[in-house]
Ligand binder design. Structure first.
Ligand SMILES: Nc1nc2c(c(=O)[nH]1)N(C=O)[C@@H](CNc1ccc(C(=O)N[C@@H](CCC(=O)O)C(=O)O)cc1)CN2
Ligand SMILES: Nc1ncnc2c1ncn2[C@@H]1O[C@H](COP(=O)(O)OP(=O)(O)OP(=O)(O)O)[C@@H](O)[C@H]1O
Length: 199
């Protein structure tokens, strides 16, 4: 059994459950599922593919995060501008354009980040792919709980399209969503694309 069988769940319980579940995935299925996610992303609607600035995260391999290199190839194949986050000290993110000369270096959390480059303002970003531990049928999400993405998404334009990427399917309801939580517009899993609000 993958999900929980309750009507609603607390973020902290979802966090520990999905961290454990992710840990147990064999590398081979992680790669296979990451490839399926890149293929499902192609099924996102036109308004996504009309956009030009796409924000993507690079995975913490040690934590079995989704391998976004397949998705990166898709975006580059479509000549999209790709923007990567870099963690700053004060729980904020800076954002840099990925170019041929971008040097990447792992930070202390093992996240590959641009060393330097052309900084991009959140208001320039059209689509954000959001890393998740869990999400629900209302498009609410659970991350590591430090609020990096909540703060970042609040700085983006209201029409910036927020697309979660998840190895697992939606939970019914996250009980303790807060006002500062920015909901997703879409979530892509290896099996399907969710659109929020759901029918
Ligand atoms: N690949 C990737 N990049 C990303 C994120 C992500 O989830 N995945 N983020 C999404 O937000 C931001 C970084 N988020 C982070 C959140 C918490 C910790 C951290 O403090 N980890 C400690 C303690 C965890 C704990 O509270 O127990 C640790 O791992 O030891 C690090 C990075 C930006 N870049
Ligand atoms: N716009 C904001 N400004 C200041 N603090 C914020 C903002 N958004 C969220 N926070 C704070 O950040 C913390 C983490 O929030 P939450 O538990 O929703 O994290 P999460 O969504 O799981 O993680 P993440 O955003 O890192 O992926 C909370 O204490 C929340 O109050």
């Amino acid at each position: 059994m993958l999900g929980f069988d309750y009507e609603s769940m607390l973020k902290k319980d979802l966090r520990s459950h999905y961290i454990r579940l992710r840990d147990s995935i064999p590398r081979e299925s992680l790669l296979e599922n990451s490839l399926s996610i890149a293929n499902q992303v192609l099924r996102l609607p036109m308004r996504v593919w009309r956009s030009s600035y796409f924000h993507l995260f690079l995975p913490i391999e040690e934590k079995k995060e989704i391998d976004t290199s397949f998705l990166l190839s898709v975006l580059q194949g479509k000549d999209k501008h790709v923007v990567l986050p870099k963690m700053l000290d004060d729980q904020r993110l800076a954002h840099y354009l990925l170019t041929d000369s971008t040097r990447l270096k792992k930070n202390k959390w093992n996240i590959p980040e641009p060393v330097e480059g052309i900084e991009i303002a959140p208001s320039q970003i059209d689509v954000v792919f959001v890393p998740l531990l869990a999400f629900d049928q209302e498009g609410q999400r659970v991350g590591y709980g430090k609020g990096f993405y909540d703060r970042f998404l609040a700085e983006c334009r209201p029409d910036t399209i927020k697309v979660g990427l998840s190895l697992f399917e939606a939970e019914k309801r996250i009980e303790d969503s807060e006002d500062t939580d920015v909901p997703l517009d879409y979530c892509v899993t290896p099996k399907r694309v969710y659109s929020f609000p759901m029918e």
